[in-house]
Design a protein around this ligand. Structure first.
Ligand code: GTP
Ligand code: MG
Length: 448
């Protein structure tokens, strides 16, 4: 809640910045009612260089592109990335014994001609290795959302640096389908279904050299029909732009691309080519009769890289941002269809937050009082028990005292009786002594 309020506060501040505000969807322009007229220029002014200015500015800024590789352990993700960018990225083989899926991002600075590209490759590690795979998609979804969240936070800052900050949002998700089997596994379907509203999914059949031509054709058809029947939206190469419409619409029919990866250079004829060598021949990665690797590279890197970046921002990020802001209580219009007031929403949220805080405080106080009462009752109970015990001991003690008292009295009486007998005996003895020694002697003998 506090977090939401903070974001709202920064949004409020951001909303007051008149120039270069949020990159939101189309807002009603204050100039829309102004009548526009077309007039002829009498000579060259120079604003036709605007596209060139944009190009040189973009080139100077550099570009970022982020690829997410989702696929089972050992399906060929790292090899394909190395083949695609014609280099050797740092790769570590994943273990099959991880207890959950995690994501491993790595960023590289690449340069081609004078264009700098900050490339981030994110691999899923341990995907498909667990016995229970129900939760396998979650870490992937969380990773994608975290990148959107980071961008949104940057957007909501007072001092924003959207151009210079590293945009880590995923632009393309290469989903590696294992070539074994007759169609998609349920793990593939569930994962793609969960990801399709978050990222541009390009499905690829990995290690396509392990399937023969007719089986591969059947597999492609089966995969596509399963994706359609399960309502999974994969990325479609755009056909609006005339310059690429033809190639893109033709490539859409080749999906999912059946790819082969290799970093091995093999001599074929008198040329060195990337290929996989087998005892019966070689599979050339860049030979379109052998696999669709070239089609994938053309579509992903050469033709549609910018569209993938744009779609990520305009479609997937926009959806994330809209849901997030709505979740926080923002609307474009209020229930009476009046335009939305940021100040009012902020006040309403603040009030809601304070009421919530008060309620929680009251709950905690009540809880504390109850706890104290409980402890008090417990103590009272203990005290009562102790008191009863004390009374019992006291009674026992009194009874014992009484018994002892009685015994003492009896003993005293016995002692008195004894003393009396002793005195009587002594008296008798005295009289006997006085009465004569003979009888006394006789008595003495008798006594003996
Ligand atoms: N037949 C065939 N083997 C391939 C292909 N691509 C990769 N391999 C082999 O498959 C094995 C695993 O390849 P990696 O690229 O390491 O697979 P990965 O998906 O990155 O594996 P982890 O990162 O450990 O999940 C290696 O022995 C590769 O040589 C391919 O297109 N065809
Ligand atoms: Mg790997």
């Amino acid at each position: 809640m506090e977090h939401i309020l903070l974001i709202m506060l920064s949004l409020l501040r951001v909303a007051s910045i008149p120039v270069g505000g949020l990159e939101t969807g189309p807002a009603p322009s204050p100039f829309s009612s102004i009548e526009k007229r077309t007039i002829e220029l009498n000579g060259h002014v120079g604003f036709d260089s605007l596209p060139d200015q944009l190009v040189s500015k973009s080139v100077a800024q550099g570009f970022s592109f982020n690829i997410l590789c989702v696929g089972e352990t050992g399906v060929g993700k790292s090899t394909l990335m190395n083949t695609l960018f014609n280099t050797t990225f740092e790769n570590e083989e994943a273990s099959h014994y991880g207890n959950k899926v995690h994501l491993h991002p790595q960023t590289y600075e690449l340069q081609e001609s004078n264009v700098n590209l900050k490339l981030t490759i994110v691999h899923t590690v341990g995907f498909g290795d667990q016995i229970n795979r129900e939760e396998s998609f979650k870490p992937i979804l969380e990773y994608i959302d975290t990148q959107f969240e980071k961008y949104l936070e940057e957007e909501l800052k007072i001092k924003r640096s959207l151009f210079s900050c590293h945009d880590t949002r995923i632009h393309a998700c290469l989903y590696f389908i294992a070539p074994s089997g007759h169609s998609l596994k349920s793990l593939d379907l569930v994962t793609m279904k969960k990801l399709d509203s978050k990222v541009n999914i390009i499905p690829v059949i990995a290690k396509a050299d392990t399937v023969n031509r007719s089986e591969l054709d059947k597999l492609k058809i089966k995969i596509m029909s399963e994706l359609v029947s399960n309502g999974v939206q994969i990325y479609q190469f755009p056909t609006e732009d005339e310059a690429v419409a033809e190639i893109n619409s033709s490539m859409n029919t080749h999906l999912p691309f059946a790819v082969v990866g290799s970093v091995e250079n093999v001599k074929v004829g008198n040329k060195l080519v990337k290929a996989r060598l087998y005892p019966w021949g070689s599979v050339q990665v860049e030979n379109e009769n052998h696999c669709d690797f070239v089609k994938l590279r053309e579509m992903l890197v050469r033709v549609n890289m910018e569209d993938l970046r744009e779609q990520t921002h305009a479609r997937h990020y926009e959806l994330y941002r809209r849901c997030k802001l709505e979740e926080m209580g923002f609307k474009d219009t209020d229930p009476d269809s009046k335009s939305f007031s940021l100040q009012e929403t902020y006040e309403a949220k603040r009030k809601e937050f304070l009421t919530d805080l008060q309620r929680k405080e009251e709950e905690m106080r009540q809880m504390f009082v109850n706890k104290v009462k409980e402890a008090e009752a417990e103590l009272k109970e203990k005290e009562k028990e102790l008191h009863e015990r004390f009374e019992q001991l006291k009674r026992m003690h009194q009874e014992e005292k009484k018994t002892l008292e009685e015994k003492r009295r009896n003993l005293e009486e016995e002692m008195n009786a004894f003393n009396r007998r002793k005195v009587a005996a002594e008296t008798l003895m005295g009289q006997a002594v006085q009465g004569g020694s003979q009888p006394f002697k006789k008595d003495k003998d008798k006594k003996k």
